[in-house]
Design a protein around this ligand. Structure first.
Ligand code: BTN
Length: 246
């Protein structure tokens, strides 16, 4: 695989509040090279999507952020989620673990979440000036207490050094990032659909108090989830509106 964009600068710290927050602060203080990665052994205030916390046992898992400056159009921002999800998914497939991407970018194994991704962008005019791609990947944690929908690679039967996992995700992220900079949107979308959970299948969803079945028809040009209900109606949802019933 050709590495064309990422610098391979690595910063390893013992503890931060959140690698995404810390990396944003670092980017204010100095110019960071694309591909700079900040890895923490522990996060005290890990952040997830929809304002949730990201809780993870210290030392056992991967919590890291990758700095990029893609300069792509704002309306293509959702492709940053796509490339991150593809990088993690491919890493798992290399380990012979059957993983799927639950829109937009949760990675599931046996319908349980093994990895969450938080992409945070800085916009300048019509372009994405910088994008911090934060990845929380459960590697060696075996006990998730009351988080019944969480798993780790260890719980899926594979014991592996977390640095090896990081290296592989990083290399694939570099690869897919390169496709993004080349505006290879069709290929990225095709790869995404090949790995998308419930793609062209009937799933069960919840919107407000309503639970319904619908076919996952992909995403639209704004990155919204496209569902077709049993009565044939097409609906589009953003992340805050819909829940998958797993
Ligand atoms: C999610 O809600 O699924 C997204 C979780 C993202 C967690 C990662 S861990 C590294 C980076 N730093 C954070 O504070 N969050 C992301």
């Amino acid at each position: 695989m050709l590495l064309k964009q990422f610098s391979n600068n690595r910063i390893i710290v013992d503890e931060v509040s959140s690698t995404n927050t810390e990396m944003l602060e670092m980017s204010h203080n100095k110019d960071l090279a694309t591909g700079t990665v900040l890895i923490a052994n522990n996060q005290t205030l890990g952040r997830g999507q929809r304002g949730n916390n990201w809780l993870t046992e210290p030392e056992k898992n991967l919590t890291f952020s990758v700095y990029t400056n893609p300069k792509i159009k704002v309306e293509k921002a959702y492709y940053l989620n796509i490339i991150a999800a593809l990088a993690v998914n491919k890493t798992l497939q290399d380990l012979k673990i059957e993983a799927k991407i639950k829109w937009p970018n949760d990675i599931l194994v046996n319908r349980k979440k093994v990895c969450g991704i938080l992409v945070e962008n800085q916009i300048n005019g019509k372009l994405i000036n910088q994008s911090i791609i934060g990845i929380g990947f459960n590697v060696n944690q075996s006990n998730f207490d009351d988080l019944e929908n969480a798993t780790s690679i260890l719980n899926e039967g594979i014991s592996i050094d977390k640095t090896d996992v990081l290296n592989q995700i990083y290399n694939y992220l570099d690869f897919y990032y390169n496709l993004l900079l080349e505006s290879n949107f069709d290929l990225l979308l095709k790869l995404y659909y090949n790995n998308m959970f419930w793609y062209k299948q009937i799933g069960v969803f919840q919107v407000g108090y309503e639970t319904f079945k619908a076919i996952v028809n992909g995403i639209n040009d704004f990155g919204l989830l496209h569902l077709i209900k049993e009565n044939g109606e097409h609906h589009f949802f953003d992340l805050k509106e819909i829940k998958f019933c797993l």
